[in-house]
Design a protein. Structure first.
Length: 270
């Protein structure tokens, strides 16, 4: 058996992960966290409709204290950058493996989190779905084959409630395009366009973010030349796609050595 602690259990992803963990025969939902201001904080998950006996704590430290002496534990975190950094510090202190799906980090926060997660077994990825991680590999391969005669544009659309833009997945797709072409994304990336921009510069990697309604997540990478274009698209129909990937990552990382791993390794794509 493997114990799971879900950070940010009241969020859309947190609720989905908690429900799937509670339904799994080989997993036990041992703990959960939420902000002090959240109505679930201090209550039982059963009161929130999730079949688990644990209470919702206001910090990961408190949640992990309740797990001491129990079965092995992994923390799954889909929260916000500042919360994730605090949770990573707690996980490192308790030497508990961690799965991180949070996006929207600044460069400084990214570096801080990387330094923390290197001390524990961890999986850190902007997207946990099997299909998206396959897309990452395909995009890099296509980018290495089609030269800069082919313009690259990445378009992502998410629900109106998403706080960061572009999505972490879109950024990772842009990084894989840049890697495939052997260029620097900081120099080639163009994030949105407005005004008299002039003709498109050769070698640009365009990234556009759309926000509308309740779209779970869609990403399209277009390679367009004069006379033809190639499009690679992934559409998520349910958050369960990402939640199941996060749970797969938790099972995988539970007995690994300290270090930062990616979904490529979890899924056997690398």
């Amino acid at each position: 058996m493997l114990g799971i602690v879900v950070a940010g259990v009241g969020g859309r992803m947190g609720q989905t992960i908690a429900r799937l963990v509670a339904e799994a025969e080989d997993l036990v939902l041992l703990g959960a966290t939420e902000a002090d201001s959240h109505p679930w904080c201090g209550s039982s998950l059963k009161e929130a409709g999730i079949p688990a006996d644990c209470s919702v704590k206001n910090s990961l430290e408190s949640a992990l204290e309740l797990c001491e002496g129990e079965i092995p534990v992994v923390v799954i975190d889909f929260t916000l950058p500042k919360a994730t950094l605090q949770n990573a510090k707690a996980a490192v202190e308790k030497k508990v493996p961690m799965v991180v799906g949070t996006t929207g980090f600044s460069k400084e926060e990214t570096q801080e989190l990387r330094e923390l997660l290197q001390n524990i077994p961890s999986v850190w990825a902007p997207n946990m779905s099997v299909g998206v991680n396959l897309l990452f590999n395909l995009v890099e391969q296509v980018a290495s084959i089609l030269d800069d005669e082919y313009d690259v544009e990445i378009v992502e659309i998410h629900h109106r409630f998403k706080k960061d833009a572009p999505s972490g997945t879109a950024l990772r797709l842009a990084e894989r395009v840049a890697k495939g072409r052997g260029v620097n994304l900081d120099e080639a990336g163009v994030f949105g366009r407005k005004g008299i921009t002039g003709e498109r510069k050769r070698g640009e990697i365009g990234v556009m973010a759309l926000r509308a309604g309740d779209v779970v997540g869609e990403h399209t990478v277009t390679f367009g030349a004069l006379g033809e274009r190639v499009e690679l698209t992934h559409k998520a129909h349910s958050r369960e796609t990402f939640a199941r990937g996060a749970i797969k990552a938790a099972r995988w990382v539970a007995d690994k050595s300290p270090g930062i791993y990616g979904m490529d390794q979890v899924l056997g794509l690398k």
